[in-house]
Design a protein around this ligand. Structure first.
Ligand code: MN
Length: 244
């Protein structure tokens, strides 16, 4: 019995090496897993399920094959692919998850998040996030022609790159107090998230108990995943992208 967690693959046409590594991961690591959780920023950009690029269709078909073999697949939105919807999930045989989602990971209550909502020091981003997660805003965006949305996505990426360059390292990471607040509110001794591209395991105290925050890694130089089995602490694993 294994449950796998990945995030921040940032799949895009310009990185066929990452897509290739993911398709290989689905053939080598994922078969036989009970569950595969993809915790956001699976795609570098998402402007609506109606775009249906060859890359998206290839990834959906590969996920569907895994799903049909018996692995349950769960997808959570990231800050890049928050418009990913039920149509894509249906094609991929996946279930869309709320952020945060509370699961029982082989007896350990565990909170799953993308992680961007924990970066509360980035006030400017949190305002943008609140606006973009508003169902009314999303409805208005999705009603626009595909060409307009593609143009908008390009502009957003350029803006985000320009503003993030000037931001301090600490602002781009999670706010420790916010992590404790969220974990205490959900009363969980374990949190798994991505987003920051700082893969690590952190110990902390939550409601007086020794607790753990596991940060998944982004797929770039390395391929990262977390493997959980009953009776063992979850294990963060990596392999060089070039070796896949
Ligand atoms: Mn992210």
């Amino acid at each position: 019995m294994t449950t796998l967690f990945i995030s921040d693959l940032h799949l895009e046409e310009s990185r066929p090496d990452i897509t290739g590594a993911f398709l290989m991961f689905l053939k080598t690591e994922a078969p036989g897993a009970e569950q595969l959780y993809i915790l956001g920023d699976f795609f570098e950009a998402w402007i609506g399920d109606d775009e249906r690029t060859p890359l998206q269709e290839q990834v959906a078909a590969a996920l569907r094959e895994l799903s049909e073999s018996g692995t349950r697949i769960f997808l959570m939105h990231g800050n890049r692919d928050f418009l990913l919807g039920e149509d894509f999930c249906a094609r991929a045989g996946a279930t869309l998850l709320d952020d945060p989602t509370h699961i029982d990971l082989y007896g350990t209550p565990t909170l799953l998040m993308h992680g961007d909502s924990l970066c509360t020091a980035d006030v400017e981003y949190q305002k943008f996030r609140a606006n973009m997660r508003n169902p009314q805003t999303q409805k208005l965006i999705l009603a626009r022609p595909l060409k307009d949305r593609q143009q908008m996505a390009r502009q957003l990426r350029e803006m985000s790159m320009a503003t993030n360059q000037g931001k301090a390292e600490a602002i781009m990471d999670v706010t420790p107090e916010e992590v404790v607040r969220v974990m205490e509110a959900h009363d969980v001794p374990q949190l798994i998230h991505g987003h920051t591209h700082r893969p690590a395991e952190h110990s902390l105290e939550v409601n007086g108990k020794l607790s753990k925050r596991i940060v998944l890694g982004d797929w770039d130089e390395n391929v990262w995943w977390l493997a959980a089995k009953p009776g063992h602490p979850p294990e963060l694993k990596k392999t060089p992208l070039s070796s896949v």
